[in-house]
Design a protein around this ligand. Sequence first.
Ligand code: GLC
Length: 429
Amino acid sequence: MAQRIQEAINIIKMNDRGGYTVPTNQLYPYQWNWDSAFTALGIWHFNKWRAWLEIMSLLDGQWQDGMIPHIVFRHNDPDYFPGPAIWDTNTEPPTSGHSQPPVLASIIWRFVQMGTDYDKRKAIEVFPKLMAYHRWFSNARDPNNLGIISIIHPWESGRDNCPDWDIGMQNIVISGNLERYTRRDTSHVDSNQRPTQDQYDRFITIVNFGRECDWDSQTIYANGPFLMADPGVQFIFLRASRDLLAMAHHLEMDLAIDEIKGWVEQVEAGSDFLWNDVVGGYCARDLRTGQFSDAITNASMLSFFADVGSPEQRKSMEAHCRRILGASAFGMPSWDPDHQAFESQRYWRGPVWAIMNHMVISGLEDAGLVDLAARVRNDTINLINEHGMAEYFDPRDGDGLGGMDFSWTAAVYLDLYKTEVAASIVAAG
Ligand code: GLC
């Protein structure tokens, strides 16, 4: 254990590129949005100043309209595709053109709760930027005030090639003018653990559409090739808005309170749109066609994190959670292992991800489902103890897959370990 702690710290330091941390060496050479947020949480446990610097450098990429992009490019690395020229966002620094799950406010709220006046002072400094980010999500991704936060690209969900997106992806007409491009991901990682070529062509078609309309969010919402609702982004936004509200009270940001309450109420009410009666759970849904995805994922399980659902809906989600954990050697798989599309090694089509587990654990704990929370917590710690800081893990045998020496996996390990130690001190005390 102690050895892994040191290893986790070393990995994060090794991935430090001077004020920001890359997810892992080579495969992901830039700053990613939710990676940085989780990584900051890990860093916070050994260097607060550097943790806040991680957040400041991520916010340095925030757009005028409030969006925090999913990638901030600080140099052009020919080893990564699609790079800044393909996105062509015309921003300084160059960035990608859409966002990622907005977990940032929740992480900052953790700093404030665990921290000192220093953290409070920093939180006051970034608070307006968090407000702008949430306002952007609400305006740009839910312009008709449905309480349903959309995503315009599977990458915006952070769960890039989950089968959830197959419905929306199959309706994309692959753009004829796809210039020949060379993927870089498959030169770093085995291709059977990565998205297929056909999926990649569709991913790039959406990027081309965004670039051609200058990333105008209203045009993309109205006419873009892909528009889906994601339980992950929906529930993370809702939870982060609740945390932002708690922070506003704590920091006495009284003028912000009504606006945040508006987001919380609207998105909470809108969440029923994601309830799939056939499955008895929250599922992704195509906003253009109304079609549902038909499986429970680790993002569905964030309903507890967001604190949504009637008593019956919560019971049904709990039953799914028990069944899926019962069917997995290690939880929480990213796709229902009882569903025919389950692939235990392919990225978001089955494997376990430490960051998702981190949020699933918080949600289950908050819901009082302590046995389930403890199971996912132990699985996460055991996976990392036995297989290292992999990008993701096989839920059947625990194998570490994808990139190794991953910053956010190391960060989750540090945070789980620290809170475990703190809990045992309280118990002993
Ligand atoms: C992949 C993941 C995404 C993550 C990125 C960097 O694209 O799907 O969630 O942010 O890698 O780690």
